[in-house]
Design a protein around this ligand. Structure first.
Ligand code: ATP
Ligand code: MG
Length: 467
């Protein structure tokens, strides 16, 4: 936090002070969760679905908050505003403006935002103090709360920005105007809301429209809808990808024996070998995006390559690999799924099997990929087929019609039923696995978020102590 007085804060949010000393300083964190109050902090009274933050105002001040941000007098020092969420955004904007030394990195895309944010943050942390969210705080509340953690010595602020509607990213970039704006990819997530992939691109492109002429737009050269955003920005464009005209490229991409990508990172400033600690080929694109940002912010290529190699998975359930004491390996990628990441996860699983007589048995416990629109059946069919082609020992398709289609794809591709089975839900999958897995097997668990398949991974891990 960069300290500011209650009077300055009230002015920044267009609010008025109630029962408050205008000269008192906000020196601690700005929070919406009353369990996270710090001395000198500001408590934001958000009206949630179940609780009204105003009910915790007095306790927040008793716990050390200097004041609260509220819509009505609550008997303790307060900054009063009409809308606390809007005010929170304005406060963050004002505080970020007091940290001109910090480069602001904004990133969006359909998938991989959190993974890439974590990569960028870990790489940039090598070069200087970097502020970023833990996990997925990418909406109109989490975003300003993260930005407010900026300090006078922060060198980089890395912000994931999600879009559920048109205008969302424009709003978030208004709070933290990016110097570097990155767009990862355009998939079909939330296609219902936007009507089409073009509609999604329209919304995500707000990221590069927010850049000024001295900013940098970092765009995925391999994704036509992202590449086309070049024409929507005043900023200089840097392309990343495997395309031959990309500025930041990956060549010689391969997976090592454990399913982790290796590649040569090529940039206009030189090349360096990269060995990722993350599993799955989809992270190559995420790593290139991170490299592009870091190189643009002045990091030497070899340091970027080294930092990428040291970066781990900071956010949970994204290709999280855990070995049980008995040698069973669980790969929990249950956070979400789309066709690209399903393919990447299956390929990583196939590599983890190893070769020869020591070959491990592999299980792909896969649930539905939601929000795929009219391509849904074909995409599920293709995943089932790929599982057989990659010689996965057994596909366990979990769920209803889509899962059935996936399993049918596997049957049609392989030996009718031996390599695949359909179960109705996570509990049935757990029961089946408990009776059939053996020490040394590798089990991948993956589906769209709302399917809740992490339960399967957790049950398997609970059955045996982690190594
Ligand atoms: N570059 C990529 N291309 C395709 N899929 C990816 C990519 N990176 C990650 N994924 C997949 O997307 C899932 C979610 O990853 P992540 O949380 O990083 O994305 P996100 O964009 O932050 O998601 P959300 O919209 O929920 O915030 C992962 O489990 C993985 O399956
Ligand atoms: Mg995310």
């Amino acid at each position: 936090m960069i300290a500011l007085s209650l009077a300055e804060a009230a002015k920044a949010v267009d609010g008025t002070l109630d029962a408050a000393d205008p000269d008192a300083l906000i020196t601690g964190a700005v929070v919406t969760d009353n369990r996270k109050i710090e001395p000198g902090g500001l408590f934001v009274c958000v009206l949630g679905e179940r609780v009204d933050g105003h009910d915790f105002a007095a306790k927040a001040v008793a716990d050390g908050a200097v004041a609260v941000l509220a819509t009505r007098p609550v008997g303790v020092p307060a900054i009063l505003v009409d809308d606390v969420v809007v005010a929170l955004g304005r406060l963050a904007r004002a505080v970020v403006a007091r940290a001109p030394q910090a480069a602001l990195v904004g990133l969006t895309g359909s998938s991989g935002k959190t993974s890439t944010k974590d990569l960028i943050a870990q790489v940039l942390s090598v070069a200087g103090e970097t502020v970023y969210a833990t996990g997925n705080a990418n909406n109109e509340i989490g975003h300003p709360l993260t930005a407010l953690r900026i300090t006078p010595t922060t060198r980089h602020l890395v912000m994931e920005m999600g879009a559920r509607h048109k205008g969302d990213i424009e709003y978030l970039t208004g709070i933290t105007p990016p110097t570097v704006g990155l767009v990862l990819n355009i998939g079909t997530a939330h296609v219902g809301e936007f009507g089409s992939k073009e509609g999604i691109a329209e919304a995500k492109g707000e990221m590069v429209e927010a850049l000024s002429a001295d900013g940098v737009a970092v765009l995925n050269a391999d994704d036509p809808l992202v590449r086309a955003m070049s024409s929507r920005t005043k900023a200089r464009v840097v392309l990343f990808g495997e395309s031959s005209d990309a500025h930041i490229r990956a060549t010689d991409v391969r997976l090592d024996a454990t399913g982790r990508p290796q590649f040569t990172l090529s940039t206009p400033a030189g090349s360096a070998p990269v060995q990722l600690r993350l599993y799955g080929e989809h992270h190559v694109s995420n790593a290139l995006a991170a490299a592009a940002v870091a190189v643009e912010l002045g990091m030497p290529v070899d340091r970027v390559a080294e930092a990428l190699g040291e970066a781990g998975a900071l956010s949970r359930w994204r290709m999280e690999v855990v070995d049980r004491a008995d040698g069973l390996t669980v790969v929990n990628d249950a956070y979400n799924a789309n066709p690209e990441s399903m393919r990447a996860a299956l390929r990583a699983l196939a590599t983890m099997a190893g070769k020869g007589p020591e070959r491990r048995r592999t299980w792909a416990v896969l649930g539905e990929m939601r929000e795929l629109g009219e391509d849904s059946f074909d995409e599920h069919d293709a995943i089932g087929r790929l599982a057989v082609r990659l010689d996965i020992t057994k596909l366990v398709a979990v769920g209803g019609r889509e899962a059935a289609r996936m399993e049918l794809g596997a049957r049609n591709e392989g030996s009718w039923g031996e390599e695949s089975v359909l179960v109705s839900d996570a509990d049935a999958a757990i029961e089946l696995l408990r009776s059939q897995v053996r020490p040394g097997d590798v089990v991948l668990v993956k589906a769209s978020r709302s399917v809740g398949l992490e339960k399967v991974a957790e049950a398997l891990l609970a059955d045996g102590a982690a190594k």
